[in-house]
Design a protein around this ligand. Structure first.
Ligand SMILES: Nc1ncnc2c1ncn2[C@@H]1O[C@H](COP(=O)(O)OP(=O)(O)OP(=O)(O)O)[C@@H](O)[C@H]1O
Length: 296
């Protein structure tokens, strides 16, 4: 069990995170927030690349900083951008990283073969990475993070630059990896976490706003999301009154999905909220979300 206890992080006089409490067991956790909210700062603290200004992070009750190399042996980390030589093959790159991690050749060889299979790169194991797609590179990244069979796998914005097919493959891979480890995935892309995260963590105003299942999170705005049709020349007025969540052109009119907190009007269809709706509502511009009410 990985626990964050009352952790704050300051950069000089700027406080990036304040009094964070979190608990992680096996499974996929989606750390979801807009850019700049503090996801990378939290992830770097979990990876011991940054240290809390206050509070502590423990693994099975032991402070991770004090555990030092023992903790890093349990950890797999894929940073936002990982360095590799374009002329290297996945095989060569993974052999190099395994050596850095102190693995013997005898230990590394079968593990690398196993991982290349797991991330479906065995056919291109000897090919130079310069010709690889974004998805293939990310899978090399996952393989290097998995070399030591970590109990905690941390991935910072791993789907940036992936096409939709690659995203699906990536999500499936993470689901299978999370069966017997903690997988923490940071992203600002809702669709990356909605289908796979056991729990979603949302950060706002330097604090943890939510840590809950997708279902429970969506229920927070149940009864407040509607769809209706609006003429084009009425759209501007409509948007100024209600929070537009998504819009779609349908024949000559606009189909608007929106959020309203009062009585419904005739012609509005109530719909089940999704995580994207909650994300837009939570991080809507210029308005403070006073969400102190308990989950329904
Ligand atoms: N070393 C630093 N010195 C000063 N401020 C920092 C430092 N690192 C991060 N910050 C600030 O802390 C806040 C959180 O940054 P962080 O990188 O954690 O956000 P993020 O949610 O991960 O966004 P992104 O996805 O863009 O990295 C930002 O306002 C950022 O400017």
């Amino acid at each position: 069990m990985l626990n964050v206890h009352q952790v704050s992080k300051n950069f000089g006089s700027f406080q990036a995170l304040r009094s964070i409490d979190l608990e992680f067991a096996n499974g996929v956790y989606g750390l979801l927030a807009p850019n700049g909210a503090g996801k990378t700062t939290l992830i770097k603290m979990l990876a011991t690349l940054l240290f809390p200004s206050e509070g502590e992070i423990t693994y099975n009750g032991e402070n991770i900083t004090a555990m030092d190399a023992r903790y890093r042996n349990l950890l797999g980390y894929l940073p936002q951008q990982f360095g590799y030589y374009k002329n290297d093959s996945p095989q060569k790159y993974l052999t190099y990283i395994a050596a850095l991690k102190g693995m013997s050749q005898a230990e590394a060889s079968p593990r690398i073969a196993e991982l290349l299979k797991l991330v479906a790169l065995e056919d291109v194991a000897g090919k130079k990475m310069k010709k690889f797609s974004g998805g293939m590179i990310q899978r090399v990244g996952i393989a290097q993070a998995m070399l030591n069979d970590p109990k905690i796998l941390i991935l910072d914005e791993p789907t940036a630059g992936l096409d939709p097919k690659e995203r699906v493959r990536f999500r499936n891979l993470l689901t299978s990896l999370a069966r017997d480890r903690i997988v923490i995935l940071s992203t600002h892309i809702v669709s990356d976490v909605e289908p796979i995260a056991g729990e979603v963590i949302m950060i706002k105003d330097q604090r943890i706003l939510y840590k809950d299942t997708v279902d429970h999170l969506c229920r927070r705005i149940e009864g407040r999301v509607f769809e209706t049709y609006v003429e084009h020349d009425e759209a501007e007025t409509f948007r100024s009154r209600y929070l537009s969540l998504s819009e779609k052109q349908e024949s000559s009119r606009l189909k608007i999905r929106f959020l309203h907190e009062g009585e419904a009007m005739p012609g509005w269809t109530p719909v089940m909220p999704n995580l994207e709706d909650l994300f837009i509502y939570t991080y809507r511009d210029g308005q403070e979300q006073e969400d102190k009410e308990p989950a329904k």
